[in-house]
Write a protein that binds this ligand. Structure first.
Ligand code: ATP
Ligand code: MG
Length: 396
């Protein structure tokens, strides 16, 4: 089937469970990756053993999600998630089951999983259990719900965003019934916790197909965050050219949305999605920077860096590239590599030095800023003796 075999510690976990009479299988993304001959990033195991049995068999394990039957087994420096076979009760809020029940049967566990490609189990000795024809869907590069898509999306609306995320990451097509169910059930996504939506969106933005966010918007999955329809659809595909960093990609995405009239404010949009403070401020500053032309000389770049900091300027530069196709990365990097001073942190004198010279209060602050402006213009003069001489009050 594939050249990839699970590492020794994973086989050890599977064998240990089996030796005690439990069934145990690899499941989910790692099996999908093995079938596609891709190296799995993490290993999920499902088992008939109850969480307390798993904790006894692996004393170093951590009870990371006991309510859902998940235990993180620690093997030296490595970990694996081991989850008890389970079935889920009703989903009254479209986001989480009211109850979960542990079961002893693999197929019941596989049927609660989202897509056929994620509902395949693989045992340590290579036995495959594929009750929903996930392997043929993987071969046909198709994303298909396990069971009735309308029902599955009503249960957990996040699955609609997961479908788009997998299609962005793997380049798979969403099967017709699954796709029409996303259209029909999209409004349920408004009830999801913003953190879960943000996680999926961020994963989409970090793939090679960030333009998939357009589908999320046009289906209405992001209605709660992007109520406007905009006057033109931005070319989100260009986000793929940017560094694979969440910060840069959030900046480009949110600034594009604002520029084309989808959202009134970058800051409000990102705070509704519960982005962290650093990302919020960086993206807001990048939007501010892009209201003006980017600098055309070194001094201009240094002034910008001094005012907004490296992260915000870097986000502005990458967003500018996504919007215009013009890369200013080289110019920015040249300034950063030059080692020339653009902030008080790199100035050859400090506030304490000026205190010693007798300067105080606003006068001291003004002098520091004057010296900084001076060395930004004359970088070779960022020398302690010279700056102290300049700062020395005339009557001392
Ligand atoms: P990745 O490679 O991104 O980790 P994954 O398929 O392993 O992809 P996870 O979010 O790690 O995705 O989930 C592990 C497995 O749990 C999935 O493959 C799927 O079988 C099941 N699963 C996860 N989230 C859901 C959900 N919301 N509804 C149903 N099944 C889910
Ligand atoms: Mg996974």
């Amino acid at each position: 089937m594939s050249q990839i075999t699970p590492p020794k510690y994973i086989r050890q976990i599977l064998f240990t469970l089996q030796a005690r009479g439990f069934s145990a299988y690899l499941v989910g993304g790692c099996v999908r990756d093995i079938i596609m001959d891709m190296a799995p990033q993490d290993w999920d195991i499902c088992t008939s053993a109850l969480p307390e049995d798993v904790m006894v068999l692996f004393p170093d394990s951590r009870p990371t999600g006991l309510k859902h039957g998940t235990v993180t087994v620690v093997m030296g420096s490595k970990t694996a998630e081991v989850t008890t076979f389970r079935t889920e009760g009703d989903y009254r809020d479209h986001r989480r089951p009211d109850s979960v029940t542990f079961v002893s049967d693999l197929i019941t566990d596989l049927s609660r999983r989202d897509f056929t490609m994620n509902a395949i189990a693989l045992s340590a000795d290579g036995m495959v259990s594929d009750p929903f024809d996930g392997i043929s869907d993987i071969k046909n590069r198709t994303i298909r719900c396990v069971g009735e898509p309308m029902l599955r999306f009503s249960e957990d609306a996040l699955r609609m965003l997961r479908a788009l995320r997998f299609s962005a990451r793997l380049g798979f097509t969403i099967e017709y019934n699954t796709l029409t169910a996303i259209e029909a059930k999209a409004q349920l996504a408004s009830e999801l916790a913003p953190e879960r939506v943000r996680e999926e969106l961020e994963k989409i933005l970090l793939t090679a197909r960030p333009e998939t966010v357009s589908a999320a918007i046009s289906f209405g999955l992001l209605q709660r965050y992007i109520p406007g329809s905009g006057w033109k659809t931005p070319n989100f595909a260009d986000i793929a050219k940017l560094p694979k960093k969440a910060l840069n990609r959030w900046a480009a995405f949110s600034i594009m949305l604002q520029k084309y009239g989808f959202i009134p404010s970058v800051f409000d949009f990102l705070s509704q999605l519960r982005l962290d403070g650093r990302t919020l401020h960086c993206c807001e500053d990048a939007a501010e920077i892009l209201k003006e032309e980017l600098p055309t000389n070194k001094l201009g770049w240094k002034k910008l860096l001094n005012c907004y900091g490296v992260d915000a300027v870097s986000c502005a530069v990458s967003t500018y590239e996504a919007l215009s196709g013009i890369s200013m990365e080289k110019e920015l990097r040249a300034v950063l590599k030059s080692g020339e001073c653009f902030s008080l942190k790199y100035l050859a004198v400090s506030g304490d030095d000026l205190l010693e010279l007798g300067l105080r209060g606003p006068e001291l602050g003004e002098m520091l800023n004057f010296l900084l402006e001076y060395v930004m213009e004359y970088p070779d003069n960022n020398r302690r003796e010279l700056l102290l001489a300049l700062a020395k009050p005339e009557d001392s």
